[in-house]
Design a protein around this ligand. Structure first.
Ligand SMILES: C[S@@+](CC[C@H](N)C(=O)[O-])C[C@H]1O[C@@H](n2cnc3c(N)ncnc32)[C@H](O)[C@@H]1O
Length: 495
């Protein structure tokens, strides 16, 4: 059973303790925890703010959670017109939390909109001045690591922190000295999380001092997810009482050198986890075989990364992005040694799916989502990993879309989906059945589980209404699966 901690809104099965190997403090399990179970649940953030582009389309009260349910058009705050809300309930909750304090400041600095880290820092400073934080919560915040000595050596970062601290001190009129405000900013830099939707799309930044105590391992046992403003840390593997909780601070699907450099530069430590102990021999680094001359692989990687950079530049049109991403993937494919799972190949496909969706090419997006579902995710992610479940859901959504009556695939698609005579309804049923039956052990958050569960009930009901029960037609399902495998093989041949 999870227990309430001394901190308000924190429910956890962990306790903070000094961690070994120079990790400072960490969180340790107080009970055995099974995959999918909550390690930590925090109802209310210490601070959470939207990224500036998301201020336009995301409710600053529920961070999109109620917005998804109500479908209401957002209304701007009549005071500052910077933040928007679903309705009075979302507005009033945020007003009480901090917006009443920041609204006049947002209004004063208009037309400038403060960047997300300045808005987060401003909230911390204003709430601290009004004693709005619980004293235990503030104590944990005060004890958080800053790495201020290391940061002071990095001119760009320390200049940015000092500048933000100066501006926030100025706007807030706080009595707290500038050095302390700068130390809050350093704590934010080191301890904040990407605030995401329940589908893992980044929308802002989030910080809570208790969650800030979790250390990193590239061989992590837990994952972080958000449901509106609520944070969930869930066990991805079985965790024994007394074991340390680890999450990943960086994308651990990247090769050894890349992820270790990122950890060193952003978090100032050399990772000594079990995966790093193996070195550059793990799946993330390996090629299908290792040639004597690595030059062709290095050249392909450099060229692919250059194309990726151009494809993701904000000024690039979706059609142009698609061309560049496909060209980059082709370069890696041409080496005949680059596994689909080795980065940047997998990330290129993720970005390509998004660009294809933006451009309205749903059949090609479907094919790449199927490749990811069948050939990449089972190798790259643990069974309970939330990203694996989110990707499966995207495949369901795409399949629903292309199975609509009257939907016509693009005749220019390199692989013609109609040639494979797929029965999309069975595929949808199968993926949803799999997602639903693994819900308890999955690390996804409650609203995602609800969405999937409801969709499965609906799809199953439709089959039943037609006198069919796919769970009793194993041969039909397996035939559909073979057709999808065949389609994926054809698409990969053309890559
Ligand atoms: C978000 S804080 C985690 C809590 C921190 N240990 C503390 O005592 O406040 C991140 C910092 O913890 C330390 N850390 C996290 N994971 C580590 C690891 N695997 N090895 C060494 N240090 C680690 C690093 O100093 C890193 O900058």
């Amino acid at each position: 059973m999870a227990s309430r901690s001394a901190l308000p809104s924190v429910t956890t099965r962990t306790v903070p303790q000094p961690a070994p190997n120079g990790m400072g403090n960490g969180l340790f399990a107080t009970t055995d925890i099974n995959p999918g179970e909550d390690v930590l649940h925090i109802k209310t953030p210490f601070v959470a703010v939207l990224d500036s582009p998301r201020l336009e389309d995301t409710c600053a009260g529920c961070f999109g959670k109620r917005q998804m349910e109500t479908g209401n058009e957002l209304k701007a705050c009549t005071g500052c017109r910077v933040v928007k809300y679903c309705d009075r309930a979302c507005q009033s909750k945020d007003w009480k939390f901090a917006h009443s304090l920041e609204c006049p400041i947002f209004k004063k600095v208009k037309p400038m909109v403060l960047p997300n880290n300045a808005r987060a820092l401003l909230r911390i400073v204003l709430r601290t001045a009004r004693n709005k934080y619980d004293s235990e919560e503030s104590k944990v915040f005060d004890g958080l690591e800053t790495h201020i000595n290391e940061i002071s050596e990095i001119q760009g970062q320390i200049d940015r922190i000092n500048l933000t601290a100066k501006a926030v001190k100025n706007y807030s009129g706080t009595d707290v000295d500038e050095g302390t405000v700068a130390s809050y900013a350093a704590k934010l830099d080191l301890n904040s999380f990407n605030l995401t939707t329940s589908m893992y799309d980044r929308i802002g930044l989030y910080m809570h001092p208790y969650a800030g105590l979790i250390n990193h391992s590239c061989d992590y046992n837990s994952t972080v997810g958000f449901d509106g403003e609520e944070l969930y840390v869930k066990a991805m593997r079985s965790i024994k009482k007394g074991e340390q909780i680890f999450i990943s601070y960086v994308d651990t699907t990247t090769p050894y050198d890349i992820r270790r450099n990122e950890l060193k530069e952003r978090y100032f430590f050399d990772c000594q986890c079990t995966k790093c102990a193996i070195g550059a021999e793990t799946l993330e680094d390996r090629f299908l075989s290792t040639p004597e001359d690595m030059t062709p692989l290095e050249t392909a990687e450099r060229e692919a990364l250059e194309l990726l950079q151009k494809a993701t530049a904000t000024s690039t049109e979706p059609a142009e992005s698609i061309k560049k991403l496909e060209a980059a993937m082709h370069k890696l494919h041409e080496t005949a040694l680059w596994p689909l799972t080795r980065q940047p190949y997998a990330s290129l496909r993720d970005k390509l799916i998004i660009s294809l969706l933006t451009a309205g090419n749903f059949t090609r997006a479907f094919i790449h989502a199927a490749i990811r579902y069948l050939r990449i995710d089972p190798i790259v992610y643990d069974k309970a990993h939330p990203i694996r479940h989110i990707h499966a859901w995207s495949l369901v959504r795409l399949t629903v879309f292309i199975s609509q009556e009257g939907f016509q695939p693009d005749p220019k698609d390199p692989v013609q989906i109609n040639d494979f005579k797929l029965n999309f309804h069975y595929l949808i049923w199968y993926i949803l059945a799999e997602l639903t039956s693994t819900q308890a052990e999955s690390c996804t958050v409650p609203s995602f589980k609800k969405l999937v569960g409801n969709q499965f009930v609906q799809v199953h009901h439709e089959f039943k209404a037609n006198g069919l029960d796919p769970s009793k037609t194993k041969a039909v399902l397996s035939a559909e699966w073979n057709k999808l495998e065949h389609l994926v093989n054809k698409a990969l041949e053309k890559e």
